[in-house]
Design a protein around this ligand. Structure first.
Ligand SMILES: *[C@@H]1O[C@H](CO)[C@@H](O)[C@H](O)[C@H]1NC(C)=O
Ligand SMILES: *[C@@H]1O[C@H](CO)[C@@H](O)[C@H](O)[C@H]1NC(C)=O
Length: 291
């Protein structure tokens, strides 16, 4: 009888270990529907591989989109995406986080701009903080993102926001609130993705039109991974310094990441609002803080 409570706690801790082990060993979530729902055109999103992957479809009738069921305040979101192959000019595939608030919007964007066959896909990133965006940067990818799945990640903590393509940081937005630069930190954001036609601007500034005779266009997603503080959720989660994504290793780029980031900026960056004198005769304050 006296053994019973300690036996119970032993079993409980064994169970806990098992759960912790399964989470770290297999990642999460396993399927699309655990964390996401379709938000635009059910008929254009197909679950494959038992819901562990999805196919997005763009044709002349519609594009499509999905979103996380919940919102998150800080964390890391990643997914593997395989983009439209061949002639993808005029198409845009987006993966972003958004507070979904009209007045004071926070948003972190990855937009993949299609191109004519053999021409490089462009990744445009943008950051809205406290309702203000217009912080576009563009990078031409150094590989064909339609040949295989690659991992696209947004890390968002109290110190910085980093956009990664595989292991390579392509953009860093530091928390420079001390210098008066707005930083998203009060509003939770949902995770969104859409595939649509935008041939009035997407490819070579709108010169290259979509070729509908090649439709339908397909992109593929898998390995959805959201780790963050869900809102609503535990009240003190977002401010807790013990969340792994707030840890020392995630507070600034390490030496290897920094070298990779520099390599991207020197070799693959094709547009940076920070150096666009026609838009910003005086560079915005976050641009002066260095990278
Ligand atoms: C498409 O290819 C052209 C020519 O190589 C390049 O200038 C452009 O940056 C590429 N991306 C887009 C989205 O137009
Ligand atoms: C559009 O795609 C069709 C089918 O692949 C091809 O025959 C045609 O040449 C393409 N048109 C343009 C303008 O690239």
């Amino acid at each position: 009888m006296a053994l019973y409570p300690s036996l119970r706690s032993l079993i409980a801790s064994l169970c806990f270990c098992f759960v912790a082990f399964s989470l770290s060993a297999f990642g999460r979530p396993a399927t699309f529907l655990q964390d996401f729902q379709v938000t635009w055109s059910d008929s254009h999103i197909r679950q494959i591989d038992g819901g562990r992957a999805i196919q997005l479809i763009l044709d002349q009738n519609s594009g499509c989109g999905f979103a996380s069921k919940r919102k998150y305040l800080f964390g890391r979101v990643s997914m593997k995406i395989k983009l439209i192959p061949g002639d993808s000019a005029g198409t845009v595939t987006a993966f972003y986080m958004n507070s979904d608030t009209d007045a004071v919007r926070d948003e972190l964007d990855f937009e993949f701009l299609g191109n004519r066959t053999g021409q490089p896909y462009t990744v445009q990133t943008n950051i809205y903080a406290h309702g203000k965006g217009n912080r576009e940067q563009r990078v031409n990818l150094w590989f064909d993102p339609s040949a295989d799945f690659h991992t696209y990640t947004i890390l968002w903590n109290h110190h910085h926001i980093v956009f990664y393509v595989d292991e390579v940081p392509i953009r860093v937005y530091k928390n420079n609130e001390a210098r008066g630069v707005p930083y998203p930190k009060l509003q939770p954001m949902g995770v969104f993705s859409t595939l649509w036609e935008a041939d009035d601007w997407a490819t070579r500034g709108g010169l290259e039109k979509i070729n509908w005779s090649r439709a339908p266009f397909y992109s593929y997603y898998r390995d959805f991974d959201i780790e963050g503080c869900s809102v609503p959720g535990p009240a003190n989660c977002a401010s807790s310094a013990t969340n792994w994504w707030e840890g020392t290793a995630y507070q600034a780029l390490n030496a290897l990441e920094y070298r990779r980031y520099r390599w991207v900026r020197i070799n693959h960056m094709i547009y940076d609002y920070c150096t666009d004198k026609s838009r910003y005769p005086v560079a915005p304050p976050e641009c002066l803080a260095g990278f």
